[in-house]
Design a protein around this ligand. Structure first.
Ligand SMILES: Nc1nc2c(c(=O)[nH]1)N[C@H]1C(S)=C(S)[C@@H](COP(=O)(O)O)O[C@H]1N2
Ligand SMILES: [Mo]
Length: 410
């Protein structure tokens, strides 16, 4: 079989089928015992981990299960619609999710709003009467693309799948703040705290999910109760989630219990030293840049190496592109590893500056091996870079060459 293997190929369906196929072929030939050790190993490596119970409603075929708390969307599963269905959306929990009973009475969930002129604890029921907005946005883990770092940083080795384009409905944070008299003076940060019950005996600061973003981010932020038209599932932060569009996923705090305008950034570890852009060989800490707003990025979702050998001739290159904190303006594709580029066309609805756009480009692929790449530009003129920025934890990988794929055409 003539296939070029990409870093994410071992998890792809066709490849698993191929392995299973060769195992049963050996069995049929009476050779199973001959290499049973090797076969068992191959089967273990290839067998997909089952979905944990709290996400058993997800589409297992669309996901790579890295662990109970980390699942990514397969590159081949993004399809050709703009919205990522909730059952295909990646999951990333720093801590195990709370007890599902927190969803029993969603409207009774409370969030404390602090650092405003008139601080108050509000229920979801009350929030629902204070304003309504719907925002489409790219939810992307800070470590998406970590799998392409040759240094193999610690953390989940995501390829492209720790990202989705989803729709949230909720109350604008600024409407809540206005109703409570405005932000109290001297509070440049908006700090969200997750509602996980922390295990005893550990320093809460070392494990709690608490993130600070500039107060200005509240302009487009939501306290959301709906994801893609349904009450937010537990896995994605129901009953209430802080949504900070344009910022990496970690800043959108699930099961939010406290939203505080604060004079300083949180001193929780997840803020002070995790999620920092630390150059290789240096130590993470509050002096290093925080992983917050996202920048321009794109990748190809079709064709993929796991599609097998392609037929020479016309081919459609399809993918997605987004600007991050700002809108995406255009995207180009290359079939020769980035030597030459041609413009791709955006298709489908434009759901606003925080959403991704689908793109398509028609190309001629002659027989041979080709490296396909995409490169997006945002409205400010920033171009997706060729190279990743090396950093200890493998954050913010927007490199177009890392996301390029090699296909074989005959
Ligand atoms: N309360 C809480 N919020 C959280 C997390 C968490 O563990 N707890 N994980 C963060 C991280 S690192 C990411 S990438 C996103 C993942 O969102 P998702 O699981 O809905 O895809 O949620 C963020 N918000
Ligand atoms: Mo993340």
């Amino acid at each position: 079989m003539n296939r070029t293997v990409s870093p994410d190929a071992p998890n792809s369906l066709p490849r698993r089928r191929m392995l299973t196929g060769s195992a049963s072929a050996l069995a049929a030939a009476g050779l199973a015992g001959w290499s049973s050790g090797a076969l068992a190993q191959t089967a273990a490596a290839a067998a997909p981990k089952p979905l944990p119970a709290y996400v058993d409603w997800k589409n297992a075929k669309a996901l790579i299960v890295h662990s109970n708390n980390t699942m990514e969307t397969k590159r081949s599963a993004y399809g050709t619609s703009v919205i990522t269905p909730s059952d295909q959306l990646y999951v990333r929990n720093n801590l195990p999710p709370p007890n599902p009973s927190i969803l029993d009475d969603r409207d009774a969930w409370t969030v404390a709003i602090e650092g405003v002129k008139n601080p108050r604890t509000l229920t979801v029921g009350e929030l629902k009467g204070m304003g309504l907005e719907t925002t489409a946005m790219v939810l992307q883990c800070s470590g998406n693309g970590r799998g392409y770092f040759p240094s193999k940083p610690s953390g989940t080795l995501w390829t492209v799948g720790a990202a989705g384009c989803v729709v949230w409905s909720g109350v604008p944070v600024r409407a809540v703040v206005e109703a409570l008299g405005g932000v109290a003076a001297g509070n440049p940060y908006m700090t969200g705290t997750g509602g996980e019950v922390l295990p005893e005996g550990l320093d809460p600061k070392s494990i709690m999910v608490e993130r600070s973003v500039p107060t200005a981010a509240m302009e487009d932020a939501l306290l959301a109760w709906e994801l893609n038209g349904e009450p937010i599932p537990l896995a994605h932060g129901g009953p209430l989630r802080l949504i900070v569009p344009g910022f990496t996923g970690v800043n959108s705090v699930k099961y939010i219990k406290r939203l505080a305008f604060t004079p300083k950034e949180s001193d929780a570890k997840i803020m002070a030293s995790s999620y920092r852009l630390t150059p290789p060989g240096e130590k993470a800490g509050p002096d290093k840049p925080s992983i917050q707003d996202m920048s321009v990025k794109s990748w190809i979702n079709s064709p993929l190496p796991e599609d097998g050998t392609l037929k020479a001739g016309k081919a459609l290159i399809e993918g997605i592109a987004f600007g991050g904190i700002t809108a995406v303006k255009s995207v180009e594709v290359s079939i020769d590893g980035g030597k030459n580029w041609k413009p791709a066309r955006f298709i489908g609805p434009d759901l606003g500056k925080y959403a991704w756009r689908q793109f398509v480009a028609e190309v001629e692929l002659p027989a041979g091996t080709h490296t396909l790449a995409s490169r997006a530009t945002d409205v400010k003129g920033l171009i997706q870079p060729e190279a990743r920025v090396e950093n200890v934890r493998g954050y913010n990988n927007t490199s177009w060459s890392d996301h390029a794929i090699t296909v074989t055409v005959a």
